[in-house]
Design a protein around this ligand. Structure first.
Ligand code: GUN
Ligand code: FE
Length: 424
């Protein structure tokens, strides 16, 4: 067993932080054995003790929704709402990923920068292309970082270069599944119909059947933007709501499912999400940039719907999940201003959402309770701690005003993760 010594902070429950000042975490076979304030508590079989001095040790970040092929578009072209934004900026960029050399250059930067910001697990959209999707998965594997990667399925309402026939799309999925469907793997496939407007009923049905056949997770977009929701109503007149449309195709909790945004989710749709245990990937910067609105996070928490945070690059502009916690808290305060019955998020709630709640999609990830995979960040905030702040205030300052320069060491599944190589 290996011991790591630091100021340990994590959340078991969303209401409060657990803190062990100058404590030890014991790690064996990639998993947490336990926490103690004294090294003796771990008995005889301690091989090594690594002392991180006065640093903080926190669970690593999880990005539950991000588009890897939109990395080059990060922080540009934010002058349109969702549907025209997709057509004008996003689809043409994604079409470039037919070129694997372009994909390698961009995807290696993307994986590198997830590492920079301490994101050790990612649920990503790739594109419709088989080779570049494989490449993205390979880059995550080489980095030693966890990921669920979706080859995107779409066959209508985009541009010709991104439309793939259902049989061809499924053949590509089968090829990825044959190579990557290892239950213990850190990098895994996830079935990814882009969203209802991009997929014919035949495509949606095929995606649902594939997920069912291989018991694979599903990701997509749900109730993000008013014009999109209205369009889905026209496209799926039989469905009671947008979520119900996915449900009819076996894409709403029949296997573990994560839906990005859910800005307009309420009533029957919220009830169905709760029943089907569908997770929400809350993407606050994306919802701001694309003029989508404010997701009702407190309603999700009250209903017991699991929530995680997503950067949603390039609808979103910021890859940092620490910063995403801040945006989530701030947006919940705007929501609260219009509905005083929905109290805004606290720091421990936002932290729990980003770590333990999100991490549950990967198994036992996002906490330092015994049995959890050791995904962790060592935070050297010495330049932010000039006046002996309390440990919780130090964490708060790191989240609100720190950045990647304060992350000294990163762990995923018990292994220290070195800086991934950028390819040119
Ligand atoms: N809905 C369908 N595709 C996309 C996308 O690429 N980004 C966002 N934010 N929403 C979508
Ligand atoms: Fe998205």
């Amino acid at each position: 067993m290996k011991l790591y010594k630091a100021n340990i902070i994590f959340t078991r429950e969303k209401e409060q932080f657990e803190v062990v000042e100058h404590g030890y975490v014991g790690v064996e076979n990639g998993r947490v054995v336990g926490l103690a304030s004294n090294a003796d508590a771990f008995g005889e079989d301690v091989e090594d003790v690594v002392d991180y001095g006065d640093c903080l040790l926190i669970p690593a970040m999880n990005d539950m929704h991000v588009h890897a092929p939109q990395y080059r578009n990060q922080a540009i072209s934010m002058d349109l709402e969702l549907l025209p934004w997709l057509k004008q900026y996003t689809f043409p960029e994604e079409a470039k990923y037919k070129d694997t050399h372009y994909a390698e250059r961009m995807y290696s930067r993307f994986v590198h920068d997830l590492w920079r910001f301490g994101t050790m697990r990612t649920v990503a959209f790739a594109t419709i292309h088989l080779e570049s999707t494989r490449l993205l998965m390979e880059l995550f594997r080489e980095a030693g970082m966890g990921a669920m990667v979706g080859k995107v399925d779409m066959d209508r309402n985009a541009i010709d270069a991104l439309h793939v026939r259902v049989d061809e799309a499924m053949a590509r999925n089968e090829a990825i599944i044959a190579e990557w469907n290892d239950p213990d793997g850190l990098v895994k496939p996830i079935i990814t119909p882009r969203f209802i407007p991009s997929c014919t009923p035949a495509m949606l049905r095929a995606c649902g059947e594939l997920a069912q056949r291989y018991q694979l997770p599903v990701q997509s977009h749900l109730s993000e933007n008013a014009s999109e929701v209205a369009w889905v109503r026209e496209l799926e007149p039989e469905s009671r709501n947008y979520g119900d449309a996915y449900d009819r195709y076996g894409l709403f909790g029949q296997t573990p499912t994560i839906m990005a945004h859910c800005v307009f989710t309420a009533g029957d749709e919220l009830e169905l999400m709760t029943r089907r245990n569908v997770m929400v990937a809350h993407c606050p910067t994306s919802n701001l940039n694309l003029g989508s609105g404010i997701a009702p996070i407190r309603s999700f928490l009250n209903s017991g719907v699991k929530v995680g945070l997503g950067s949603d690059i390039s609808g979103g502009n910021d890859l940092s999940i620490m910063r995403m916690m801040v945006y989530a808290i701030q947006m919940s305060k705007l929501y609260y201003n219009h509905d005083k019955s929905k109290h805004f998020l606290t720091l421990s709630e936002a932290f729990w959402i980003a770590t333990k709640s999100a991490g549950s999609f990967f198994g036992k990830v996002g906490s330092f309770e015994p049995g959890y995979e050791f995904d962790a960040l060592v935070i050297d905030d010495s330049d932010l701690n000039h006046d002996n702040y309390s440990l919780i205030h130090r964490l708060e300052r790191f989240i609100y005003m720190g950045d990647d320069r304060h992350i000294a060491v990163r762990f995923c599944r018990g292994c220290e993760i070195p800086e991934p190589r950028i390819r040119d």
